[in-house]
Write a protein that binds this ligand. Structure first.
Ligand code: TXA
Ligand code: MG
Length: 345
């Protein structure tokens, strides 16, 4: 049985800290999704993270810190642009890749010479880090390739049966999609986006324009053959166990005969759903994630989970949204849920 800890009580936060100092893992809320936390400086804790998630060792973990000072323990150096990013976007959903220092084991980075670092803004995670005084590795608290958890109940569903010691209940996550992962290439005046996420590309572009830097998506596919040479992502990820089909906005390749009995159709925003009227959707099984993209992102993973658990549905038809704002991250997650079933391919 996993303990569910209430952060309002100091004694329960003490429990979480005790687990962590004893090289155990604890699931903690962040502003993006729940993370499965363990000490970066403990190989025992890191290996417990990998085994509880059934995650392969080539897929590296993000280190969470209280700010630049703690980040300096992990990185060989910080270039000036990375420091500016930190000033502008931390604490918050931006993860920065840096050359790792010798303090960081290969277990954390999947053998890469870069370490991914972020400062979460969630007050529960921030308090734990402050009291612990050292960085915590934390991947999303789901089984490998599964749907990321945005509530403590989701964490229990994912990891409870596999021996999770404890989860701190910090309520639902505000963003609902993971952090944006970037790498700075100062010599090329370039910021690469390896994973679109809750920190929006437009905000990053405003920032980089001021510095005369270009921003470019470098979203790559990670598989067991390429290992960390193509870091960032797996093609099939964030997946329900049932099939998902994705149609790129504005869904030109969609025809109504693609819909079968027991399909659920998913639209990202209310405006997208209005457009679907032309396609003859009235009376069909439909879920709309939210009024705005912010709301839709917050509901995305819980709706994927509900679809997966509802026996009524055998397949999800996911209609992508426009790429502005959080649309980029939402489409990315829906495409990874679909794997190779993406139209046009
Ligand atoms: O919002 C988030 O980032 C959440 C919360 C818990 O902080 N964490 C999260 O971790 O999403 P995870 O492990 O589920 O995803 C981390 C992503 C992976 O795609 C991984 O490949 C990439 O970051 N990553 C981590 N370290 C890396 C490295 N050294 N080089 C390249 N990619 C890296
Ligand atoms: Mg994950």
């Amino acid at each position: 049985m996993s303990l569910v800890l209430d952060p309002k009580f100091k004694s329960q936060m003490d429990w979480a800290l005790r687990f962590l100092t004893q090289d155990q893992v604890v699931a903690l809320p962040t502003e993006t999704v729940y993370g499965l936390a363990g000490r970066v400086f403990s190989d025992l804790a890191l290996s417990r993270i990998f085994s509880l998630k059934a995650r392969p060792h080539f897929d590296p973990l993000i280190a969470h810190v209280t700010g630049l000072d703690m980040a300096k323990e992990l990185a060989l150096e910080f270039d000036e642009v990375a420091k500016e990013l930190i000033k502008n976007f931390w604490p918050g959903p931006l993860t920065i890749l840096c050359k790792k220092s010798k303090n960081v084991s290969d277990l954390c980075t999947g053998g890469s010479d870069e370490v991914a670092i972020r400062q979460p803004s969630h007050k529960v995670f921030a308090e734990i880090l402050k009291r612990l005084g050292e960085p915590l590795a934390a991947p999303s608290a789901n089984r490998f390739k599964g749907i990321s958890p945005t509530s403590y109940e989701h964490v229990l569903e994912e990891l409870g049966p596999f021996g999770l010691p404890a989860v701190v209940d910090g309520g639902p996550c505000v963003h609902g999609v993971e952090s944006t992962v970037v790498r700075v290439r100062s010599s090329q005046k370039l910021i690469e986006i390896l994973r679109p996420g809750a920190c929006q590309v437009e905000e990053l572009r405003n920032f980089s324009n001021k510095l005369g830097f270009e921003i470019r998506e470098a979203i790559s596919v990670l598989d067991s053959k390429t290992k960390h040479h193509a870091p960032g992502q797996l093609a099939k990820h964030y997946s329900p166990s049932k099939p998902v089909v994705f149609f790129e906005f504005p869904w030109e390749s969609f025809t109504f005969k693609s819909i079968q009995e027991n399909d659920l159709s998913l639209f990202v925003t209310a405006d997208d759903y209005k457009l679907s009227a032309d396609k003859g959707f009235s009376g069909k099984e439909v879920v709309v994630l939210g009024k705005t993209k912010t709301q839709s992102a917050a509901n995305l993973f819980s709706e994927l989970r509900k679809f997966d658990q509802n026996k009524k549905y055998s397949r999800l038809i996911a209609f992508g949204t426009s790429t502005e704002g959080l649309g980029l991250a939402i489409n990315d997650r829906l495409k990874r849920a679909a794997g190779s079933e993406i139209h046009p391919s």
